[in-house]
Design a protein around this ligand. Structure first.
Ligand code: FAD
Length: 374
């Protein structure tokens, strides 16, 4: 990556996020991970900086910067703490932007400003215990705009105020906005996870819970898929941020750790690992920026977003493991953050569409009808 590829405004917002991440997030991330603590004050502070609605237009309470700038923010936050990264990514890409894209002017005026200013958090509730990749198999139903059913693993679930929820209406999914505290709404469980311990992943239940339709009736799947098209670019940025953090810790360690009378960075095996790691991270970043630029110019970006997420998540999973290898036994301990990066990286291959689903998206675009299973 060369910062020369960025505009002055993009560099400024990246620097703002980097400073905040270095000062207010990175020093505490290990403790939040250990204590499974959702760092609420961080999101209030990010709201004050305009980073909870970075790419939301100013007239709706956001900072009004372009989509690539928002992607740069996500990379910097995720470099410090991937849990903070996913909280902001889901809040913005999967919660706030679909309301902007599909809401009526009245819904946008009422719902978006508190989200964009960081006074409220948003969530995206699609997955259920029996439906993940196969989202169309959902069982939550809507009858006269009242939702009944359950949703599983909803990021921000325990803290969000506004939920974008999907339900069969009557036999095709529609999108609804459900507000926390609505009758029959409950958060039933906070999930225990391998990583991302500073983020909330919760199960929800709706019992004849009033929802406000978003977009056309029966148009929920289109809203969900187009939301995920953009959201995946954010997850790719999250993966790049985690991998970058792993590169930084491995590089610093290679300069300081001595073996056989010299720094381990003097060994060819370590040099080649770090050189390949940096090169692949740059390639992942380039794919991510390309998809972000296409989206911000209103061009199709489904395949490019899938490619960015597929590649960046693999880079993050693979190279966080190799960063542990560079640190040797210390890498396996909690004394260094490499093991946290490794645990956090894995999920980028799973949520907002697994790697297998990204390959399906890419292959279908390549092969057309020939890729359809009969
Ligand atoms: C930490 C975390 C946070 C999450 N946050 C949210 C959230 O905010 N909102 C939300 O709605 N969901 C969320 N999810 C759910 C997530 O999006 C799903 O886990 C994901 O889409 C995969 O669905 P699944 O887990 O049911 O796996 P399944 O769909 O059951 O897949 C199992 C395996 O089968 C493979 N597979 C499935 N179908 C195919 C196919 N057609 N071709 C090839 N392989 C296939 C998959 O790739 C995978 O390897 C979250 C999950 C986690 C772990």
């Amino acid at each position: 990556m060369s910062l020369h590829e960025l505009s002055d405004e993009q560099r400024e917002i990246r620097d703002l996020a980097k400073r905040f991440a270095d000062d207010e997030i990175a020093p505490y991330a290990s403790a939040w991970d250990r204590e499974h603590r959702f760092p609420k004050p961080v999101f209030e502070a990010l709201g004050e900086l305009g980073l909870m609605g970075a790419c939301v237009p100013e007239q709706h309470g956001g900072a009004g910067v372009d989509f690539l700038s928002y992607i740069l923010v996500l990379e910097e936050l995720s470099r410090a703490d991937a849990g903070v990264g996913v909280t902001v990514a889901v809040h913005t890409s999967a919660g706030t932007l679909p309301i902007l894209a599909h809401g009526t002017p009245e819904q946008i005026d009422r719902l978006v400003p508190p989200l964009a200013q960081g006074h409220e958090l948003a969530a995206f509730a699609l997955t259920e215990s029996g439906s993940g990749s196969d989202a169309g198999a959902m069982r939550t139903r809507a009858t006269e705009n009242k939702l009944s059913g359950t949703k599983q693993w909803i990021t921000n679930g325990s803290h969000a105020h506004t939920f974008l929820a999907f339900a069969l209406d009557p036999d095709k999914p529609s999108a609804f906005v459900v507000r926390r505290g609505a009758p029959g709404f409950s958060v039933t469980r906070e999930e225990e996870k391998l990583g991302l311990n500073s983020s909330s992943t919760a199960d929800l239940a709706f019992d004849e819970t009033p929802g406000e339709p978003l977009g056309p009736r029966g148009g929920g799947m289109r809203i969900a898929l187009s939301t995920l098209d953009g959201g995946r670019i954010g997850i790719a940025a999250q993966a790049v941020g985690i991998a970058q953090a792993a590169l930084e810790v491995a590089t610093a360690y290679a300069k300081e750790r001595h073996a056989f009378g010299r720094p381990i960075g003097g060994f060819g095996a370590i040099q080649q690992k770090l050189a390949d790691m940096q090169t692949e991270i740059e390639a992942a970043r380039a794919l991510t920026w390309r998809a972000a630029r296409l989206k911000q110019h209103g061009h199709p970006h489904t395949v490019e977003g899938a490619q960015a997420k597929l590649y960046a998540s693999r880079v993050a999973r693979h190279w966080t493991g190799e960063a542990i290898q560079v640190l040797g036994g210390y890498g396996y301990t909690k004394e260094f953050p490499a093991e946290r990066y490794y645990r956090d990286a894995k999920v980028t291959e799973i949520y907002e569409g697994t790697s297998e689903i990204q390959r399906l998206v890419i292959a279908r675009a390549l092969l057309g009808e020939a890729a359809r299973e009969s």
